[in-house]
Write a protein that binds this ligand. Structure first.
Ligand SMILES: O=P(O)(O)OP(=O)(O)OP(=O)(O)OC[C@H]1O[C@@H](n2cnc3c(O)ncnc32)[C@H](O)[C@@H]1O
Length: 500
């Protein structure tokens, strides 16, 4: 008699039981995997929204951010959904007609109403942050600045969002939130990676922010911002130079050249053959230059161009004071600055200007860039206008000054050298969200970056299904073994074994 036959005789229920276990097992696996798969399928994404208005010196921009609603507890990725450029100038330019500062925001706010689903309007926070333009107006005329804010508040409160207030950001906040934005979008904060510095060039102020090596924050506490984000500690160095944004810097450069009140100047920072008439009162109508207004001057002066990069650099150098420094190291104007360190993202006007000049390709050396700007400056104005007929003429006329200013500020102001300059990336946006202070500001006000907890992302869908499948298989094998090990005490089948 074969061994197989013996088995059959000893375990007459062996075959049916195996079939039953197998069938139940297969059904169980299929059912569990199906349930796991269906249940874990991402549900229709619902989003929450936040709106920030950046009331800059040159213009106002509205940004709408969104993040997955179910990940409201600090873990969802926030991204820019929409942006809207407010028509006209910045709110500080409406000092004489404050109501217009409010009404100027209407179109973009209406756009925001369309962009954010109506059922989310009431819970969507709305913030307005004003920067250097309002800082200057506030210094110059506090009453006018308050009136502009009143008008802006009134206008914003008419919309169905959750209005959270309008205020002037300090230069330190502007610098620090710009740094948070860049590093948040790059995923450096969550992952605890080495951070990127932030360089922001506005119209009226400019900011530099980075985490220096061996940084003694006690040397200049007003330049230090300590953060704890996702469990990591950061000692950030930041400084904002009021009046060193590109528009105010140009004013200062023109003021330097017209300090004796001449009727004409030949400006090395403008193209050869460029010629316009400028008004003395308009030029000196800013706290950045008002004190330097010549006592005796005609109403207007003729502003002609010369297109000489080196001489333009001389003029720009005169805007910086390199003489006094009471710290171990300074940038300019007696401001403490540790040596620049690591990679940097340069945005706002840094990007607008370098992008126009086609100089954002990271492979270009400082020398090549300098030569390019020098060559651009020496090109006659008529030729420039012919090559770029579609570019806003005010911007076009100023790119020579702006390019030279950027290079001088970075190399002589902040002390970037050939090597460290190559680590600057001129950027407009990161992963679809604009670089700037607004996202960092909202992240801070909505507590969207936890100080302590490190995020442990949930398992991806495929990982979840695989793990459930493995567990089910293991359970199935375990139950089978368990049943088989007790087979001797199972009731016998109805059929008596046949002994042949
Ligand atoms: O931060 P503050 O100093 O308040 O200024 P802002 O918020 O108005 O500054 P922006 O970053 O919006 O713009 C910076 C400057 O770049 C200018 N600008 C904007 N678009 C430009 C373009 O395409 N080409 C050249 N310049 C541009 C603008 O007029 C400002 O002088």
């Amino acid at each position: 008699m074969s061994a197989q036959r013996e088995m059959k005789e000893k375990n007459p229920w062996h075959k049916p039981l195996t079939i039953i276990i197998t069938v139940i097992g297969v059904i169980a696996i299929v059912a569990l995997v199906t349930v796991a798969g269906l249940q874990n399928r991402p549900v229709f994404q619902k989003y929450k929204y936040g709106i920030v208005l950046d009331a800059g010196s040159s213009h106002t921009a509205l940004y709408i951010y969104k993040w997955p609603a179910e990940k409201d507890n600090n873990t969802g990725r926030i991204e820019q959904k929409h942006s809207c450029k407010v028509k006209g100038k910045g709110i500080s330019s409406y000092a004489a007609v404050p109501e217009k500062a409010g009404t100027s925001l209407t179109e973009c706010m209406q756009e925001a109403e369309m962009q954010v689903p109506a059922w989310r309007h009431q819970e969507t926070p709305l913030y307005l942050g004003a920067t250097a333009g309002m800082r200057l107006l506030n210094m110059e005329n506090k009453v006018a600045s308050d009136k502009v804010f009143e008008a802006v508040e009134k206008a914003l409160q008419r919309f169905p969002f959750s209005y959270q207030g309008a205020r002037i950001l300090s230069g330190q906040e502007e610098g620090a939130f710009g740094w948070v934005t860049v590093n948040y979008l790059d995923d450096r904060l969550k992952q605890g990676l080495q951070t990127t510095g932030a360089l922001d060039l506005g119209g009226a102020s400019t900011q530099i922010s980075f985490v220096p090596h061996e940084y003694d924050i006690s040397e200049s506490p007003s330049n230090a911002v300590a953060f704890q984000l996702y469990g990591n500690y950061y000692n950030l160095y930041t400084h904002s130079f009021l009046c060193y944004g590109k528009d105010q810097a140009l004013r200062m450069a023109l003021a330097h050249q017209t300090r004796s009140g001449p009727i004409a100047i030949s400006d090395p920072c403008f193209h050869p053959d460029y010629s316009v008439t400028r008004n003395y009162n308009t030029l000196y109508d800013s706290p950045c230059v008002s004190e330097r207004k010549p006592k005796v001057a005609p109403l207007n002066f003729t502003h002609t161009g010369e297109g000489n990069f080196l001489q333009c650099q001389e003029v720009i150098r005169s805007l910086f004071n390199f003489k006094s420094c009471k710290y171990s190291k300074c940038s300019f104007n007696g401001i403490f600055q540790p040596p620049v360190q690591g990679s940097f993202g340069a945005f706002s006007a840094y990007y607008f200007v370098m992008n126009f000049l086609n100089l954002t390709d990271g492979s270009m050396s400082l020398e090549t860039i300098t030569n390019y700007v020098a060559n651009y400056c020496s090109t006659p104005w008529d030729q420039i206008k012919k090559v770029y007929p579609d570019i806003n003429e005010k911007y076009l006329a100023e790119y020579c000054f702006s390019g030279t200013y950027i290079l001088t500020l970075l190399t002589e102001g902040y002390n970037f050298n050939t090597e460290t300059f190559s680590k600057i990336k001129f950027i407009k946006e990161i992963k679809g969200s604009d670089a700037g202070w607004t996202l960092g500001y909202m992240l801070n006000l909505t507590n969207m970056i936890p100080a302590e907890t490190k995020d442990s992302p949930p398992l991806p869908h495929a990982g979840y299904v695989s793990i459930v499948t493995v567990i089910v298989l293991l359970l199935f094998i375990l139950v089978t073994l368990f049943i088989l090990s007790f087979r001797s005490i199972w009731p016998k089948c109805s059929k008596e074994p046949q002994i042949v």
